[in-house]
Design a protein around this ligand. Structure first.
Ligand code: KDG
Ligand code: MG
Length: 402
């Protein structure tokens, strides 16, 4: 069996997505998500200029060897661009293998370990009242777990909170827009938000919060302690994690569970975090971390240290990634939760899929492969439109983490 063609499809049905399609001499094809928010064209070039020419003629069944070839063989290992490109290839090859076996992907991975996949969605508002309203709406849709973000008095634009009537989409401008951040205003306000949400909705609903890398370790420790009475499912990305040991300090001070890793692309980015049990959930996901092949290693390693998965699932991860992630979630023994930020109808029309949502839980569907396809004709109607993520500055102008 041979790979005879591979092409990269770029489309913008409301936001940019990059998809790799690998075609075999037996007519079976597989697709993989290659979207890296705000840096889409870099992955397109990496795939088209360097990886696809090497892929043509290879046996698509040799997923591991192809993975190793592009990882070790690149000499320049790791990095978000390279690992996103590698993930797209890996997922497309797993899709092909599962279609060849005439099985849904989760069966190839080892079969399902649960009947349904717990997911969380986002609720956010510019002030407390609208945030409570958003939580209520999410609850009414059936979600059992809700990530709560709220506008902070005195800060014009807060991460995770939409400034218009549309749902929140962070890559909001042709060139990076500038937001202003105040740690003190945030730390003084956010515990009251969770107090109000618990008071209104009681103890049973799972609550999550994303700090989005904005704190120092000791500030994160303070927040974790302040949030303990509201028993969060997790506090996410409390600090940037290039220095993994930062989490040791947070851990020493709080029992609020910690999640991190959506920007990681390698098992080495989380090795110390996991083996020292400094975190509870690893958020690294398929599309940005080399695909299913590497995520299996990360999840197995994490299972030795009581760390569970919590895949990133914002809208910039396409339905192709979502489909592959849900098959993985169905199988992985140390599953925690799956993020779900709903794609629009326009986006879903470009990516017809077998996965379904019911009462707060997903199932991946029984279609052979990962169950997601791309409507190329429809995709061609939506040309690429550059959109960048914002940057953050402190009130005195210092550049900060976004
Ligand atoms: O591309 C950036 C987004 O995916 C990110 O800001 C979303 O933090 C995020 C989350 O937890 O979904
Ligand atoms: Mg996040």
């Amino acid at each position: 069996m041979k790979i005879v063609d591979a092409k990269v499809i770029v489309t913008c049905p409301g936001r940019n997505f990059v998809t790799l399609k690998i075609v075999t001499d037996q007519g079976i094809y597989g697709i993989g998500d290659a979207t890296l928010n705000g840096r889409e064209k870099s992955v397109v070039s990496y795939l088209e200029d360097y990886l696809i020419p090497v892929l043509i003629g290879r046996d698509p069944q040799q997923i591991e060897d192809i993975w190793q070839f592009f990882y070790r063989g690149a000499y320049w290992r790791r990095g978000p661009v390279g690992m996103t490109a590698l993930a797209a290839i890996d997922v497309a090859l797993w899709d092909i293998k599962a279609k060849l076996a005439n099985m849904p992907l989760y069966q190839l991975l080892g079969g399902k370990s649960r009947e349904r996949i717990l997911s969380y969605t986002h609720a956010n508002g510019k002030d407390l009242d609208s945030t409570l309203e958003a939580v209520r709406k999410a609850k009414d849709k059936g979600y059992k777990a809700i990530r709560v973000q709220c506008g902070i008095p005195g800060i014009a634009k807060t991460y995770g909170v939409s400034t218009n009537t549309k749902s929140y989409e962070p890559a909001d401008a042709d060139l990076p827009s500038v937001e202003v951040w105040s740690t003190e205003k945030y730390l003084n306000y956010i515990p009251d938000v969770f107090a109000a949400v618990r008071k209104e909705f009681g103890p049973d609903i799972h609550l999550l919060h994303d700090v989005h890398h904005r704190l120092t370790p000791i500030e994160a420790a303070r927040l974790g302690k302040a949030l303990e009475p509201y028993h969060l499912f997790w506090m996410e990305d409390a600090v940037p994690a290039e220095n993994q040991e930062s989490f040791k300090l947070i851990r020493q001070h709080t029992t609020t569970p910690l999640a991190v890793g959506e920007v990681f692309n390698s098992i080495h980015d989380c090795r110390e975090l996991i083996q020292n049990q400094w975190i509870d959930y690893i958020r690294t996901t398929i599309v940005h971390a080399g695909g299913i092949s590497q995520m299996r290693r990360i999840a197995d390693f994490a299972s030795l240290f009581h760390v569970r998965t919590g895949f990133h699932g914002a809208t910039d991860l396409s339905p192709v990634c979502m489909g592959a992630a849900l098959h993985f979630d169905y199988w992985v023994p140390n599953f925690g939760i799956q993020e779900h930020m709903a794609h629009s109808e326009q986006m879903n029309a470009v990516f017809p899929h077998a996965y379904t949502f019911n009462d707060g839980y997903f199932t991946p569907g029984e279609k052979p492969g990962h169950g997601v396809d791309i409507d190329e004709k429809l995709a061609a109607q939506y040309p690429y439109k550059r959109a960048c993520l914002p940057v953050n500055r402190l009130e005195d102008g210092t550049l900060w983490h976004w």
